[in-house]
Design a protein around this ligand. Structure first.
Ligand SMILES: C[S@@+](CC[C@H](N)C(=O)[O-])C[C@H]1O[C@@H](n2cnc3c(N)ncnc32)[C@H](O)[C@@H]1O
Length: 347
């Protein structure tokens, strides 16, 4: 085994990627047709939901998401698998999809901690841009939580149809049963002014403790739409205990050529307190809490970036842009707002 090789769940990286196997359901006419429609009719924003699911499906030795492959579809699974095979052949220091894997595991662990810190009190969990996320089916920490998944209607309709097909075709439905207290899908465009109203009509209660999950969504929005959404969430801190879990790109990540990304923040740990959150904790991929045994090569890109000051936009050693993804947890509550102690920021 080479120095850089990592063992996760008893599998070396090479073993983990050896074969690309598809679940039978992906070969059924009905599901094939759905995925053909996705490829023909969905725009890049909506299709990003399937790309993300493909990442979770292929990193199955690190993430247990048995529904991810059927939600991702064959094309996205094949594309990512090809990239991973090339990375392994080229002995790359980072394997494609590792960011997604670390990000998923970070959100899972922060969500569980956030729900525990709410001290057994019932909470709502709202996923904005939920895509093909299956946390409601994967995480038992959601057993007392009402979960709301917000996305475009086409995405949510297809997700519901595929999950129903999975249920119909399976003898063992355990992994297709929601573990959450309730699960509600809310079709809405979060760039529009009515998304919160749609959420409330669907049963979201503004006064109830809420964890907001914004995973892989903010940077698809314009600067003004992203700030509008973040301000709405920050305002909730005055009403109830509010936790935000979100990933932020820095500026160099969004200015690469052909980038579809728009919103960025180089200092989300300053931005969020400035709009009303009290506590902010920022992690970078590869930090002790954002590592999960998947980034062991000290010379991989993420470890190199972490050793450079965050103010640097270009790596002084090789002139490459310092593209960073920040994983950010922010929270606030009426008590803290009232005591007016000012923001507590940790980096
Ligand atoms: C990269 S995917 C991430 C999905 C999911 N959070 C995950 O991590 O698997 C981005 C998702 O955001 C959704 N999305 C993008 N812009 C949106 C908007 N304005 N309103 C609602 N959903 C949006 C897309 O449809 C897609 O499902």
């Amino acid at each position: 085994m080479s120095d850089k090789e990592v063992v996760v769940n008893g599998l070396s990286e090479d073993q983990a990627w050896q074969e690309l196997k598809f679940p039978e359901l992906l070969n059924s006419d009905a599901v094939r047709e759905i995925h053909a429609t996705i490829e023909k009719e969905w725009d890049f924003l909506q299709r990003s939901a399937c790309q993300t699911a493909a990442g979770r499906a292929l990193w199955k030795h690190a993430i247990h998401d048995p529904l991810a492959d059927v939600l991702a579809g064959e094309t996205y699974l094949r594309n990512l698998h090809e990239k991973i095979k090339k990375d392994i052949l080229n002995n790359a220091r980072e394997t494609s999809g590792v960011i997604l894997a670390v990000r998923t595991l970070w959100f899972d662990s922060r969500l569980e901690d956030a729900l525990n810190s709410i001290d057994g009190r019932q909470a709502q969990v709202v996923l904005l841009g939920a895509g093909m996320d299956t946390r409601a089916y994967r995480l038992s920490c959601l057993k007392d939580s009402d979960v709301f998944e917000v996305d475009f209607p086409q995405v949510l309709d297809v997700k519901t149809t595929i999950l129903q097909a999975a249920k119909d075709s399976s003898n063992d439905c355990q992994h297709i049963m929601s573990k959450a207290k309730s699960l509600t899908r809310v079709a809405a465009d979060i760039r529009e002014s009515d998304w919160l109203e749609k959420l409330e009509i669907a049963g979201y209660l503004p006064q109830k403790n809420t964890v907001w999950i914004l995973e892989g969504i903010l940077y698809y929005l314009t600067q003004s739409h992203a700030m509008q959404v973040l301000r709405i969430l920050a305002n909730k801190c005055a009403l109830t205990h509010t936790v935000l879990l979100a990933d932020f790109m820095n500026k160099p990540s969004t200015t690469l050529s052909n980038s579809a990304f728009q919103f960025y923040s180089d200092w989300p740990d300053q931005l969020l307190p400035s709009i009303g959150f009290n506590h902010v904790k920022l992690s970078q991929i590869g930090d002790p809490d954002a590592h999960f045994g998947l980034l062991n090569d000290p010379l991989n890109l993420f470890n190199k970036l972490r050793s450079l000051p965050r103010s640097l936009q270009t790596n002084p050693d090789d002139g490459t842009p310092c593209c960073r993804l920040y994983l950010v947890e922010a929270s606030g509550s009426p008590d803290q707002n009232a005591s007016n102690n000012g923001p507590i920021t940790q980096t």
